[in-house]
Design a protein around this ligand. Structure first.
Ligand code: ADP
Ligand code: MG
Length: 483
């Protein structure tokens, strides 16, 4: 279902460059570590010195295979490298080694859940391909006094370019796709996912059309390096394109940049066509041959994928799909959930606590779950004390606070803060009798049929019990006493 913007349908396709987490470059032995002094990690191959030849890094290939398996794609048994020719100072060879006609990963799909109003809908984006290529160097305009310099440390860094079909229909879908893709590549460990450092860069191709019409002309927003900017950039671009069309101006295919300071997109250059790059097979590299045995071995070694794990959570722990998706955002969160659920035997409560209190506290202190001061075992004990009626939900939040602040173990905190629920009916009955005697008007009104008058009694009872009365028990006793 498409959401229309001023009567236009939005069409988005993504190209994502994921930097593969190898130690060395895709065609040389130089290191890919981030942050080194300029040009200290560029060897003769990366600098394109005459007489050097590229040698395929099989670690990069293996990561491409893992990606293909994770998204149910076809892994080509034979793919080829091509030269993409263009002139730019950060590209000393004068061409980038990439894959063109036959990429290593073909097809596949990425599915995710999306909140639409109150509903959770499942969306699937088809992938066109994913291909291996090398990154270029970088121009440095600020590091040299009055001059620009070239840093070739990044030249030859292995990239997997992941290209979708134009399947997304809103900026929300686009962001959800990008988040899911990010989750997949970091989960299987082929990319560190660091967007600030450029390890995961998205280009959004955006066009608009009247519903049912032909695809509009697209503009490509380059290098979106945060999910927030991604949404802002696409929303701005969509409004801009619609304004142009409404003013009778045709959209020109172009490459644009998003400026976070103004919130606007700006044309960088008119877009080249594939023909401009004069692609041709690279004679320096043999075809990349991937035997079925290699694919089978990689498949056997791969960890359970997030969507498979989420399905298992729904099946084994009877969790709603939404919970299962949230809890499989990262391996660490999933492990924390499973440990808690297994220890307390209450999967839904464990899920509620992790998606609620635990993530609220983690967000507030900008921590990841690995850093959480409350262990899964402690959370499980806490949940156990709620379900055996030792403490109320309210008290449990105070105990959680105590655990977070390292005040001790669950039972010790309950004791120290005096949070034990009042399970002694005698004591509670006395409190109720006192409150009833002190509030004759509420009693009268309730007996006359005003159910709301009960609230005026429950409050003082809970207060008199210092919050330790069990609300269900209070209700039951009140009903008995008031007939
Ligand atoms: P190029 O070779 O110029 O990069 P591709 O055909 O490879 O172009 O498409 C690049 C990306 O643009 C793909 O993700 C594709 O889904 C997307 N795309 C193609 N046409 C459109 C369109 N009309 N509107 C939005 N996205 C599009
Ligand atoms: Mg392309």
């Amino acid at each position: 279902m498409s959401k229309l913007v001023q009567g236009y349908e939005v069409v988005i396709g993504f190209e994502t460059h994921a930097q593969l987490s190898t130690k060395s470059k895709i065609f040389s032995r130089a290191s890919v570590a981030f942050g080194a002094e300029p040009n200290t990690q560029a060897c003769a191959v990366d600098m394109a010195l005459p007489g050097t030849l590229p040698v395929m890094n099989m670690g990069a290939v293996e990561r491409a295979i893992e990606f293909g398996l994770a998204i149910n794609a076809h892994i080509a048994e034979r793919s080829i490298f091509a030269r993409k020719n263009y002139f730019y100072p950060d590209l000393p060879k004068g061409y980038q080694i990439s894959q063109f006609e036959i990429p290593v990963v073909q097809g596949g799909e990425v599915s995710f859940f999306l909140e639409v109003g109150k509903e959770t809908v499942r969306k699937t984006v088809r992938l066109e391909r994913a291909h291996l290529e090398e990154d270029a160097g970088k121009s440095l305009h600020e590091d040299f006094i009055g001059q620009s310099g070239i840093d070739l440390n990044r030249a030859g860094t292995p990239l997997l370019e992941i290209v979708t079909q134009p399947d997304m229909r809103s900026s929300e879908e686009a962001v959800a796709y990008a988040k899911e893709l990010h989750k997949i590549v970091t989960w299987i460990g082929i990319c560190d996912g660091n967007m600030q450092e450029g390890s995961f860069r998205c280009d959004a191709n955006v066009s608009v059309r009247k519903p049912g019409g032909e695809l509009g002309t697209r503009r490509e927003i380059k290098n979106l390096n945060s999910f927030k900017f991604m949404q802002q950039a696409i929303d701005y671009e969509v409004r801009w394109q619609i304004d142009q069309i409404e003013d009778g101006i045709a959209i020109q295919q172009a490459t644009v940049l998003f400026d976070p300071d103004t919130g606007e997109t700006r044309a960088m250059r008119t877009k080249e066509d594939a023909a401009d790059y004069r692609y041709f097979p690279d004679p320096d590299l043999p075809p990349l041959v991937i035997g079925r045995d290699w694919v089978e071995r990689v498949k056997g070694e791969m960890a359970e994928l997030p969507r498979v794990m989420a399905e298992r959570f729904v099946r084994d722990y009877a969790l709603p799909e939404y919970d299962a998706t949230q809890l499989t955002q990262s391996k660490a969160v999933a492990a924390y959930f499973e440990a808690t659920a297994k220890a307390c035997g209450q999967a839904k409560l464990a899920s509620n606590w992790i998606m609620g209190e635990v993530s609220r506290r983690l967000n507030a202190s900008e921590m990841s779950i690995e850093q959480a001061p409350v262990s899964a075992a402690q959370l499980a004990t806490l949940i156990g004390r709620i379900s055996d009626n030792t403490i109320s939900n309210n008290a449990a939040r105070q105990v959680f606070e105590g655990l977070w602040n390292k005040e001790g173990e669950v039972d010790a905190i309950i004791e120290a803060k005096g949070l034990k629920q009042m399970n002694d009916t005698g004591e509670l009955e006395k409190i109720i009798d006192d409150v009833l005697a002190a509030h004759p008007k509420n009693v009268e009104e309730f007996k006359a049929g005003n159910a709301k008058a009960l609230n005026g009694l429950v409050g003082p009872i809970m207060k008199a019990s210092k919050g330790k009365a069990n609300p269900a028990q209070v209700n039951a006793l009140l009903m008995k006493k008031l007939g």
